[in-house]
Design a protein around this ligand. Structure first.
Ligand code: FAD
Ligand code: DHB
Length: 382
């Protein structure tokens, strides 16, 4: 079997790339380890930058997103028992974020691909790739490709296929985890709340007018079983408590622990292989950048491939450099938000620094604008 671009992984990066290349008339095959059901129900991110929304619109897959996505023009930062509004749109010339689950983005992209009748092979784990020859190997055979897009996430096979000594990696682990719940209850908030609290960070988010998505900082070694529903609600109530406001509770539909890591592999390309999304970089979730970065890589790679098939390979040669500028901005922002908001042991010095920084962001328009333009992706969409 032969194709122009072989795409490993049907997450946001792989599916977005496949759609953009379809619209440009470039042939692709997408191979995915898991079932369609699994990929469509894996609960992860929920905040889309405006640039991500615009891209999905241009790609013709935003019909439901435009109907069901919830536009937010701000977020709240809470600390020392007070909630402060950060007016993202006002501070960034009208840019906003849209609340729409990653699960929904993935469902929309899969539906579009299947409607076009193009190859998307579920339950087809790629066993290895040959980055120099451009060959993808799976249990059912081999695919020869002009280019391989490694969109197979952090634990995929593409990045490890690059010979030793080529990649330089940068990594930081955090002693924090997030226990996340999806609850069948109307969200108690109008906009997201990022809360700093002596007991640890909490985040109030949502998925729809009927679905709340809430997180509490936990030990990264914790298991969901360590967090019965009562314990989750008690921590959420305490960490987000505010005079005159209360947190509505409801049935917990899903619960899980997410670890936190910063990771970048440079360069994001070798031979015929180009890495995109989590395959090349990971951010801690504070700041909601992971999904947006994956989509932005896909856009950069798609544009470079269009040039390449038109006879100009310069953008493809510069793919990694173009992505890494945006990646490192998001790495810094996510690290900064994470460090500012999480409880890190009992160090009172660090706690004072966190509170000082939070106060600064809420009283200084310059500091608030810096947070806002990073959050909405004004600088990171590059
Ligand atoms: P992925 O979504 O990981 O997709 C990779 C795909 O490749 C998967 O479908 C996988 O099954 C497939 N694959 C892997 N190996 C193979 C193989 N050998 N052969 C074929 N297919 C393969 N970001 C936020 O902004 N906010 C959040 O709250 C948030 N929560 C998260 C929770 C979890 C548990 C995780 C893991 C990530 C979370 N993220 C969050 C990050 C965000 O979801 C990711 O950045 C985003 O999914 C990246 O998209 P991707 O397409 O690069 O990778
Ligand atoms: C969500 C996740 C995030 O990491 C974040 O910063 C905001 C919202 C969410 O899942 O809704």
């Amino acid at each position: 079997m032969r194709t122009q671009v072989g795409i490993v992984g049907a997450g946001p990066a792989g599916l977005t790339l496949a759609r953009l290349l379809e619209l440009a008339g470039i042939e692709t095959v997408v191979l995915e380890d898991r079932t369609r059901e699994y990929v469509e129900h894996r609960i992860r991110a929920g905040v889309l930058e405006q640039g991500t929304v615009e891209l999905l619109r241009e790609a013709g897959v935003a019909g439901r997103l435009d109907r069901e996505g919830i536009v937010h023009g701000g977020i709240h930062l809470q600390f020392e028992g007070e909630r402060h509004h950060v007016p993202l749109a006002e501070l960034t010339g009208g840019r906003a974020i849209v609340i729409y689950g990653q699960t929904e983005v993935v469902k929309d992209l899969i539906a579009a691909r299947l409607e076009s009748g193009l190859p998307l092979l579920f339950e087809t784990p790629v066993e290895s790739v040959d980055a120099e020859a451009g060959v993808i190997r799976h249990a059912g055979g081999e695919i020869e490709c002009d280019v391989i897009a490694g969109c197979d996430g952090f634990h995929g096979v593409c990045r490890p296929s690059i010979p030793p000594g080529v990649l330089r990696t940068f990594e930081r682990d955090y002693p924090f985890g997030w226990l996340g719940i999806l609850a069948a209850v109307e969200p108690s908030i109008d906009e997201l709340v990022y809360a700093h609290h002596p007991r640890g960070f909490a985040l109030l988010s949502l998925r729809s007018p009927e679905l709340s998505r809430y997180y509490v900082q936990c030990d990264p070694a914790d298991d969901a079983a360590d967090w019965p529903d009562d314990r989750v609600w008690a921590e959420l109530r305490e960490r987000t408590a505010l005079d005159g406001w209360s947190l509505e509770e409801g049935p917990v539909l899903e619960k899980g622990v997410t670890g936190m890591r910063s990771f970048v592999a440079e360069p994001m390309q070798y031979g015929r292989l180009y890495l995109a999304g989590d395959a090349a970089h990971i951010v801690p979730p504070t700041g909601a950048k992971g999904l947006n970065l994956a989509v932005a890589d896909a856009r950069t790679l798609a544009e470079a491939l269009v040039d390449r098939y038109a006879g100009d390979g310069r953008a493809l040669d510069g793919y990694s450099d173009a992505c890494l500028r945006r990646v490192w901005r998001a790495e810094h922002f996510s690290y900064w938000m994470t460090s500012m908001l999480h409880r890190n042991g009992d160090d009172p010095f660090e706690q004072r620094l966190q509170l000082s920084q939070l106060r600064y962001v809420t009283v200084s328009e310059a500091a608030a604008t810096s947070l806002a333009e990073n959050y909405v992706g004004l600088t990171t969409m590059g």
